[in-house]
Design a protein around this ligand. Structure first.
Ligand SMILES: CC(C)(COP(=O)(O)OP(=O)(O)OC[C@H]1O[C@@H](n2cnc3c(N)ncnc32)[C@H](O)[C@@H]1OP(=O)(O)O)[C@@H](O)C(=O)NCCC(=O)NCCSC(=O)CC(=O)CCCCCCCCCCCCC(=O)O
Ligand SMILES: NC(=O)C1=CN([C@@H]2O[C@H](COP(=O)(O)OP(=O)(O)OC[C@H]3O[C@@H](n4cnc5c(N)ncnc54)[C@H](O)[C@@H]3O)[C@@H](O)[C@H]2O)C=CC1
Length: 719
C-alpha cells in the first residue's frame, strides 16, 4: 500500500509501504494511484514527493506476483498519470530504485537520491525488459549508448554515477525526504514542459545502425542463447527510431514474448533459489535460524598454490587479518608476489586501497596459533591433509574452526585427526577463488551447527553465494560432474569428436564445452585422482575388458592423453591444440583425430553418427540423474541448492535455471524415459540407471519443483 500525508503545508507526501523493498505489489500500485489522485485533487497541495518506507525507495515489480493473475492497476498508465500531472512530482530515492521502481522515478519530474542509493533496470536478469516505459524514457534521458549498457546488463549504478549520467538531478548526504520536500516547495507552480521525459527527443548518435549492430553482437556473444538481452536492444532501438507512443507499443510487444517465456521462469526461479540457499538446514535438523555463527576476525590459509592465493585475497579484501602459510620457500615468494598483484589489481578496479597489510606470510604452521578459523588448501592428498589437520589441531587455540578446501575428500576422516571434530567443515571454493561466487560449505556427521553457521556467515562476508551440503565423494558439484565427464568420453569412443560435443554444450548455453573446460582446468588433475583411486592401469590389453573398471564401463582416453604429456592449455596440447603452452585459443588437432581412430580400431569400436540431441541428453541427463541421487541421499537439502551450485560454480546457463529446474522444464517423465533408453543401450553405465527419486517423482505425477521436498521427505521416512 501507500501512505499519504501532507507536509510543510503544501506538499503531498506519498510513502510506499511493502517491506522489505517496497516492491510494487497490486496493493502498492493501487495505493499509488489513489494517493496521486488525492494529491492532485487537493487544492492546497502544490507539489508531491514520492518516497519509500524504511530507507528503500522501491525494488521494482513484486516478483512473487509474476505467474499469478496480476490483478491491480498496471504500471504504464500509473506512471503516465504521474508524468502528466500539472503539479511537480519529486522522487526521493533512498536505498534502491530498481526496475519498476526506477521507472516510477523516471515518470516523476525530478529525482533526488541519497548518496548511498543504488539505481538500475535489472529486469534483464529476470528474463524481462523494463516494460513500464524504462526502455523508452531512459535513452531519451541519458542517451542511447549509456541506456543500452544499463538495460542490457541490468547493472546497478551508484548515486554518484547516476548523477553523472543524468538519471538523478541531485544527490544528498542528508535526509532525502526532507531535501526532496524542500525542493518540491521550491519548484511548486513552475512549468513542467521540460520535465516530462517522454516528450524528449532521443539524443541523436552519429551512426545508430553501427551502434545497434555492435550492441546486438555483444549480447549475442555474452548472452549465449538468452532472449531478454536481445529484446532489450530491440526495445532501445525503438526508442531511438520511433515516436514515444510507438516505442511504448514495441516495448509492450517485446515484453509479452518475454513475460511468459521459460527463460523468464528460469531466471526468476534463480533469483529466489539464490536467496533460499541462505536458509540452510543440515540432515540432523539444525538450521540457519537456530545456529549462531561465531565471530571470525583473523583467519589462516595453509598452502599458497592456485587456490590458497585466491582464498587469501578474498579474505583480506573483506577486511580479515590473514596468516598465509606455505612450506615451500620458492612458492612462498611467488605466492606473495602473486597475491600482492591480485590485491592491487582488485583495489584499482574498485577504487580502494589494496589490503596488502592484512596478510602476513609465513613458512611455519606454528604461526596460526591465535587465529579464529583456518582454511587448508594443500595438495589433494589425503595422507598429507590428515597430517596437516593433526598438526593444526595441536597448534591452534581452543575453538578454532578447521576448514578444508578439498575438492571431494572425506571431511569426516580429516575431522577424526583432530581433538575437536565438531569444529571441522569443508569450505570448497572454486577457481579462481577470489572471483568465483560459489562456496560449498560441507558438513560431516560430526560438524557442529555453529561450525556450519560460521562458515556460511564468513562466505557471505566475503561475497560468496554459500550452499551447505553433506559429506560424500565430490560433494554436490564434483559428484555430479563425474557422470557428465564420463559420458563425454564415451561419446568420443562411439564416434563423436571433442569439437562436436563442445559445440552442442556451448549451443545449450555453457561458456565452454566439457573438453575446452577440461583443457583449461588441466587434464592432470583428474588423472591424479583416478590414479589414487586405482583406476589408471598400465595394462595394454585391448577390447572391452580394457574399458571396464570395478565392473563398470570406464574410458581410459583421458589417462592416455596424460601419458602423452597432453595436460591441456598449460602444455599447449590436450583435447585441442594451442599455439603455445598457456595460449587460450583451442584448435582442432589432427593428431587427436588419428589417435581416436586408432583407439577405436584397437578396441573394436564401430563408429556411428552421434547428433547434438544425444550429446545433450547423455551428458546432461546423467548429471541430473546424479542430482536426484544426491537429493535421495540427503546430501543437498533441496533442488535449489543443486541449481545454485551449478549456476554459480559450473557456469550452467542461468536462463536454463540450473540442472534440476531444467529437468522440471523438460518434463521428468521425458528425462526418465530417455535415461531408461540410454541405460538399456549401455547397461554397464550406472549413471544412466534412473534414480529411485526420479522414478518416485514421475510416479507422483511429476510435481512442480517447489513440491519435490515433500516427495523427498516421504522417501526418507520410508527408508
Ligand atoms: C532489492 C535488493 C537489491 C535487496 O537486496 P538485499 O538487501 O540483499 O536483500 P534480499 O535478500 O535480496 O531481499 C530481501 C527480500 O526481499 C525480496 N525481494 C527483493 N526484491 C523483490 C521484488 N522486486 N519482488 C519481490 N520480492 C523481492 C527477496 O526475495 C527477499 O525475500 P526472501 O526471498 O523471502 O528472502 C535485491 O533484493 C534485488 O535485487 N531485488 C530485485 C530487484 C529487481 O530485480 N527488480 C526488478 C523487478 S522486475 C520489474 O520491476 C519490472 C517491471 O516493473 C515491469 C513490470 C511489468 C509487469 C507487467 C507486465 C505485463 C506484461 C505483459 C505480458 C502480457 C502477457 C499476455 O498478454 O498474456
Ligand atoms: N585447482 C582447482 O581448481 C581447485 C582445487 N581445489 C582443492 O584445493 C586444494 C589445493 O589445490 P591447488 O591450489 O590447486 O593446489 P596447488 O598444487 O596449486 O597448491 C598446493 C600448495 O600447497 C603447498 N603445500 C603442500 N604441503 C603443505 C604444507 N604441509 N603446508 C603448507 N603448504 C603446503 C604446496 O607447496 C602448494 O603450493 C586441493 O585440495 C584441491 O583439490 C578446490 C577447488 C578447485
Amino acid at each position: 500500500m501507500a501512505q499519504y500525508t501532507r507536509v510543510s503545508g503544501s506538499v503531498g507526501l506519498i510513502t510506499l509501504q511493502n517491506p522489505p523493498v517496497n516492491a510494487l505489489s497490486a496493493a502498492v500500485r493501487q495505493g499509488i494511484v489513489n494517493t496521486v489522485q488525492r494529491a492532485l485533487s487537493e487544492p492546497e497541495v502544490k507539489s508531491v514527493v514520492i518516497c519509500g518506507q524504511k530507507g528503500a525507495f522501491c525494488g521494482g515489480a513484486d516478483i512473487k506476483e509474476f505467474g499469478t493473475n496480476m490483478s491491480g492497476p498496471p504500471l504504464v498508465p500509473m506512471i503516465h498519470a504521474i508524468e502528466s500531472a500539472v503539479k511537480p512530482v519529486v522522487a526521493a530515492i533512498e536505498g534502491v530504485a530498481l526496475g519498476g521502481g526506477l521507472e516510477l522515478a523516471l515518470g516523476c519530474h525530478y529525482r533526488i537520491a541519497h548518496s548511498k542509493a543504488r539505481l538500475g533496470l535489472p529486469e534483464v536478469t529476470l528474463g524481462l525488459l523494463p516494460a513500464a516505459g524504462g526502455t523508452q524514457r531512459l535513452p531519451r534521458l541519458i542517451g542511447v549508448p549509456a541506456a543500452l549498457d544499463l538495460i542490457t546488463t541490468g547493472r546497478h549504478v551508484t548515486a554518484t554515477e547516476a548523477l553523472q549520467l543524468g538519471i538523478v538531478d541531485q544527490i544528498t548526504d542528508h535526509n532525502t525526504v526532507d531535501v526532496a520536500v524542500k525542493f518540491a516547495l521550491s519548484v511548486a507552480g513552475q512549468s513542467l514542459d521540460s520535465r516530462r521525459i517522454s516528450s524528449y527527443p532521443c539524443p541523436r548518435h552519429s551512426d545508430f545502425d553501427a551502434l545497434f549492430e555492435a550492441a546486438m553482437q555483444k549480447v549475442h556473444q555474452s548472452a549465449r542463447g538468452a532472449i531478454a538481452p536481445v529484446a532489450c536492444v530491440q526495445a532501445v532501438r525503438a526508442a531511438a527510431t520511433l515516436p514515444y507512443s510507438q516505442g511504448m507499443e514495441r516495448e509492450k510487444e517485446l515484453m509479452a514474448t518475454l513475460f511468459t517465456s521459460g527463460q523468464a521462469r528460469a531466471l526468476q526461479y534463480c533469483f529466489f533459489a539464490q536467496r533460499a540457499v541462505g536458509r540452510w538446514s543440515m540432515s540432523s535438523g539444525a538450521r540457519w535460524d537456530t545456529s549462531k555463527p561465531r565471530p571470525v576476525h583473523k583467519a589462516a590459509v595453509i598452502g599458497l598454490g592456485t587456490m590458497g592465493r585466491g582464498i587469501a585475497v578474498a579474505l583480506a579484501q573483506a577486511g580479515l587479518s590473514v596468516v598465509a602459510v606455505e612450506t615451500q620457500e620458492k612458492q612462498l615468494i611467488e605466492a606473495k608476489q602473486a597475491v600482492t598483484g591480485m590485491l592491487e589489481r582488485g583495489a584499482k578496479r574498485r577504487g580502494v586501497t589494496p589490503a596488502l597489510d592484512k596478510i602476513t606470510y609465513s613458512p611455519n604452521i606454528q604461526n596460526v596459533a591465535d587465529v579464529d578459523l583456518i582454511i587448508e588448501a594443500v595438495f589433494e592428498d589425503m595422507a598429507l591433509k590428515e597430517k596437516v589437520f593433526k598438526q593444526l589441531s595441536a597448534v591452534c587455540k581452543p575453538g578454532t574452526f578447521l576448514c578444508t578446501n578439498t575438492s571431494g575428500l572425506d571431511i569426516n576422516r580429516l575431522a577424526s585427526q583432530t581433538c575437536n571434530p565438531e569444529l571441522v567443515v569443508g569450505m570448497h571454493f572454486f577457481a579462481p577463488a577470489h572471483v568465483m561466487k560459489l562456496l560449498e560449505v560441507v558438513y560431516g556427521p560430526r560438524s557442529s551447527p555453529h561450525a556450519v553457521a560460521t562458515a556460511m556467515h564468513l562466505g557471505k562476508k566475503i561475497g560468496k553465494v554459500s550452499v551447505a551440503v553433506g559429506n560424500c565423494r565430490g560433494f554436490v558439484g564434483n559428484r555430479m560432474l563425474k557422470p557428465y565427464l564420463e559420458q563425454a568420453l564415451f561419446l568420443l569412443e562411439e564416434g563423436a569428436t571433442p569439437e562436436q560435443v563442445d559445440q552442442a554444450l556451448e549451443e545449450f548455453g555453457f561458456a565452454m564445452g566439457v573438453f575446452r573446460m577440461s583443457d583449461l582446468s588441466g587434464l592432470d588433475v583428474g588423472w591424479r585422482v583416478r590414479k589414487a583411486d586405482g583406476l589408471v592401469t598400465s595394462d595394454a590389453t585391448t577390447g572391452q575388458q580394457a574399458r571396464i573398471r570395478q565392473g563398470h564401463r570406464y574410458s581410459p582416453l583421458g589417462d592416455l592423453l596424460c601419458e602423452q604429456g597432453r595436460f591441456g592449455q598449460k602444455t599447449g596440447r590436450g583435447w585441442y591444440q594451442y599455439d603455445k603452452p598457456g595460449s587460450r585459443v583451442a584448435k582442432p588437432d589432427p593428431w587427436l583425430q588419428n589417435f581416436l581412430e586408432e583407439y577405436r580400431a584397437r578396441h573394436g569400436l564401430v563408429v556411428r553418427r552421434i547428433d547434438h540431441q544425444e550429446v545433450l541428453e547423455r551428458c546432461l541427463y546423467s548429471l541430473i540423474n546424479e542430482g536426484f541421487r544426491i537429493l535421495e541421499d540427503g546430501i543437498a537439502a533441496g533442488p535449489e541448492d543443486i541449481d545454485v551450485i551449478y549456476m554459480f560454480g559450473y557456469s550452467w546457463p542461468r536462463h536454463r535455471g540450473g540442472p534440476m529446474f531444467y529437468a522440471s522444464m523438460v518434463g521428468l517423465a521425458r528425462v526418465l524415459e530417455r535415461l531408461e533408453y540410454y541405460h538399456q543401450a549401455h547397461p554397464d553405465v550406472p549413471s544412466l540407471h534412473p534414480s529411485t527419486l526420479l522414478r518416485k517423482l514421475v510416479a507422483n505425477g511429476s510435481p512442480p519443483i517447489h513440491k519435490w521436498r515433500e516427495v523427498i521427505k516421504k522417501l526418507h521416512s520410508q527408508l
